[in-house]
Design a protein around this ligand. Structure first.
Ligand SMILES: O=C(O)C1=C[C@@H](OP(=O)(O)O)[C@@H](O)[C@H](O)C1
Ligand SMILES: C=C(OP(=O)(O)O)C(=O)O
Length: 461
């Protein structure tokens, strides 16, 4: 469902010819929502440029404003279109927080509320009430917070400070439990020593790296003594001005469009080095047979195709002095199947599964049991919707086996999940009659999706 409560059906357009387009992608959800939390807890005002404005980020802005931070546009009161924000921290007080379906709001804001004075109530969409939540609330209790409830809705009773200290948690269901605690931890009296005790590793490693990197940029002393433990020293969080990178995970459906139509898609401002997991799409597309090139910004030669699967992994990219370039993907005649452990980059699964459904052999995607706690149970949803259009799919306990077959048009359910909607759009490019039931779900992180998609089809950048 979109944030206006409307469900909107959308006939996914078929590509009449190979795509040839340049697509400018808005800012990263994950970078934006971390930057907002850090700015609200900082020791002075911060400026954020290239901010994503979408349902998830606007819910984060609303939550932090209600807790006491001032968030303004460059010319005064914030407008819906402002992507340059000025955030001024204020005295934190209890409030009501609507989490929508945003994991980052559900998991990053309770620690901020624990630092506020007064009671904060949290609730969200029906689908958010079943997402894993207790781990971060139990951790906050162990660190001294008063909390009622274990899932949405819940209540945090803040006293204006939090003791902090050592805490153990099993974060195998979501990296956001770790990121949520670490982002606020410098403001706890004793900081935090957080130990992951689960037998399965914490998923989404690049997202934890993103948290650590942004904390360091904010002059917070943070260490990772072992792969499963983190220490944050108590102290101020420095105000920093940040430029938000484009959302590389949201770039992936557009790159997939080039891959499945044998066309070309160019994405400008692709960072040469990043903690975003979306960067790993380069290696995946290459493994599937696409040509992947990062052209230096304003430069000449020196193309780089990163075959690695995790952000900042063996990159060696030289994307120009600007630190970014234009990513160019040219689709192959036929897509090769892949076998991939996607645990570090689970966010990319819906796009990768759609690509696999159009490959010329069976693929296997594993390491993603935690996707059952995303916006919807993404393994069940992908199995059901790819199956409905005629693809062979076996749901594994921790993944999917995808056996391509001739596809046919059918209704495609989005389950309120932005990435399910965009996966349906990819299939629809080469399959007439795919009707996405709730394309407004894309407003979670990319409100302009259908316009961007038709512009891409029309070759307009
Ligand atoms: O911290 C973040 O910004 C995110 C972490 C990941 O969560 P999980 O570790 O729950 O998969 C990712 O899937 C989500 O889209 C964003
Ligand atoms: C899992 C996702 O979102 P959230 O931040 O709500 O967990 C996602 O965007 O793929």
């Amino acid at each position: 469902m979109g944030d206006n409560g409307q469900v909107s059906h959308w006939n996914a357009p078929v590509a009449a010819a190979p795509i040839d387009a340049e697509v400018t992608v808005p800012g990263s959800k994950s970078l934006t929502n971390r930057a907002l939390v850090l700015a609200a807890l900082a020791d002075g005002p911060s400026r954020l440029t290239g901010t994503l404005r979408s349902r998830d980020t606007d819910l984060m802005i609303a939550a932090l404003q209600a807790l006491g931070a001032q968030v303004e546009g460059p010319d005064g009161p914030l407008t819906a279109d402002d992507t340059e924000l000025v955030i001024t921290p204020g005295t934190l007080q209890g409030t009501h927080v609507d989490c929508g379906l945003a994991g980052t709001v559900m998991r990053f804001v309770p620690p901020v509320a624990a630092l506020a004075t007064g009671t904060s109530t949290f609730d969200g969409d029906p689908a958010a009430r079943v997402r894993p939540q207790a781990t971060v609330l139990d951790a906050l209790r162990a660190l001294g917070a008063q909390i009622e409830g274990g899932s949405l809705p819940f209540t945090v009773d803040g006293t204006g400070s939090l003791r902090g200290g050592r805490v153990e948690m099993d974060a195998s269901a979501s990296s956001q439990f770790v990121s949520g605690v670490l982002l606020s931890a410098a403001r706890f009296d004793e900081g935090v020593e957080l130990v992951h005790t689960g037998s399965a590793p914490v998923p989404s490693g690049p997202h934890i790296e993103m948290t650590l990197e942004m904390l360091r940029e904010s002059s917070v002393a943070v260490e990772q003594p072992t792969p499963s433990s983190w220490r944050v020293a108590p102290g101020p969080i420095a105000a920093v001005d940040r430029v938000v990178e484009p959302d590389l995970s949201n770039a992936t459906p557009f790159l997939a469009a080039a891959a499945v139509t044998g066309g070309t898609v160019r994405i400008p401002h692709w960072p040469a080095s990043t903690t975003q997991p979306g960067d790993a799409i380069r290696g995946i597309l290459q493994a599937m047979g696409a040509s992947v090139t990062l052209e230096p910004a304003g430069g000449t030669a020196g193309t780089i195709a990163d075959g690695s699967e995790s952000a900042r992994d063996g990159d060696g990219a030289t994307a120009g002095a600007a630190g970014h370039g234009t990513l160019v993907v040219v689709g192959p005649e036929r897509l090769s199947p892949v076998e991939k452990d996607l645990s570090a980059i689970g966010e990319l699964t819906p796009t990768v599964a759609a690509l696999c459904a159009l490959a010329d052999g069976p693929s296997r995607l594993t390491g993603i049991a935690h996707l059952r706690g995303h916006e919807t149970d993404r393994l069940a949803a992908l199995a059901a919707e790819l199956g409905a259009v005629g693809c062979g799919v076996t749901e594994l306990p921790d993944g999917l086996e995808i056996t391509p077959a001739p596809l046919r048009g059918a209704p495609w359910r989005a389950y309120a999940d932005h990435r399910m909607a965009t996966a349906g759009a990819i299939i629809g490019l080469v399959t007439a009659g795919v009707e996405v039931d709730d394309v407004d779900s894309t407003s979670k992180t990319m409100p302009g999706f259908t316009r961007m998609w038709s512009d891409m089809l029309a070759g307009r950048g």
